[in-house]
Design a protein around this ligand. Sequence first.
Ligand code: IP8
Length: 258
Amino acid sequence: MDSFVIKLGGSVISYKDKPLKARISDINRLAREISEVLGNRRLCIVHGGGSFGHYVAKKYGIHMGMPRIKIGLSILEYEMRRLNLMIVNAMINHGVPVLPFSPSNIMVTDNGMVSTFFKDSLLKALEWGYVPLLYGDFVFDERKSCVIYSGDQLCLEVSKLMNASTIIFCLDVAGIYDKDPKKFNDAKLIKELNHDEIPKFLSGVSKGDDVTGGLYNKISVAYEAAKIGIKSVFINGLAHNILPKVIKGEDFIGSLIY
Ligand code: IP8
């Protein structure tokens, strides 16, 4: 059976323009949708920072290294765990056996690349049929003191670890467009992109306001994944019942990078 890594984007689980405000009803709906298709499938869920992580990271300059105001890092971790616990709570209420893992506790990077990853307990959780639940987090870095390690990068690491077939990126738009659909009414949804086409395509994609590079970063991750045979699907996580269709292998509206 296929295994999936699901990325719940920050704009799907929080109101990006309202600091520290979670989209509770969407989190609950997504938890229900995941519970309906879980079965014996191997799933891992990763969520983004949204108006929790990105807001705090920018406020204390954590994306530029260890903050001058020390408590900023503690607040970042507190707010990310608070958001994480809202998701844990929704998943438990819908019977999804999640187990949260904090990347800052299990990983160290060197210049932004993973140098240490204590992965055994995550693998054991999967082996016992649990759904690991991770999130974009700060991570101690050998050279840069600390970095914001995006949930998107984490999806790639975890999908390699668990031999996932597909990473599903849940966004607040229907997928990848030929131009920004929030700015241009005539933007067209791109159904499929082969990884050979990505470098050219990326030159026209903006890095957005997030400290980790927004859609540009997600497409770069999908590119790296596709090169090693892992597909990526981009869908609207705010629209009902698209995620279960992808997991069940049914037709869906969205974009595929392979
Ligand atoms: O939203 C960033 O994760 P992302 C996490 O997946 C923080 O890029 C702490 C800003």
